[in-house]
Design a protein. Structure first.
Length: 126
């Protein structure tokens, strides 16, 4: 009974690691392999390095991507991170209004003067 009491926490730790780490990782690997095997020409993809392209051709373990008009590169299937759907397109931020920036700069400079006790930042006292 004493040996079982000392081994039981170790067994519980292994079971917890299995359900929290190993099983979800294995599921993600299977989903990635399924996605990579289902690639077809015309699909928009993102590689694991962040390069976006369109699948042109699929060989056994290779995928040819067109990253720009007329520019084709060859990648292994394992380098394809995900298939990009039209809803996944990155959102482009609108340019900020210059008047808003001027107001922010003024408030920052006023806050700096308040913190420095109305002293110029270029003159330091020891």
């Amino acid at each position: 009974m004493g040996q079982l009491g000392s081994i039981l926490p170790l067994i519980l730790l292994v079971v917890v690691f299995y359900f929290l780490l190993i099983r979800p990782q294995r599921k993600r690997q299977q989903e990635a392999a399924q996605m990579q095997n289902s690639l077809a020409p015309g699909a928009r993809v993102m590689t694991t390095t962040g390069l976006f392209g369109t699948v042109i051709a699929v060989d056994n373990e290779d995928v040819v991507l067109e990253v720009a008009p007329g520019i084709e590169t060859r990648w292994v299937k394992a380098a394809i991170g995900r298939v990009v759907t039209p809803g996944d397109a990155p959102v482009v931020d609108e340019p900020a209004d210059e008047d808003k920036l001027d107001e922010d700069d003024k408030s920052e400079s006023e806050a700096t003067v308040d913190r420095n006790g109305d002293q110029d930042s270029s003159t330091k006292q020891s």
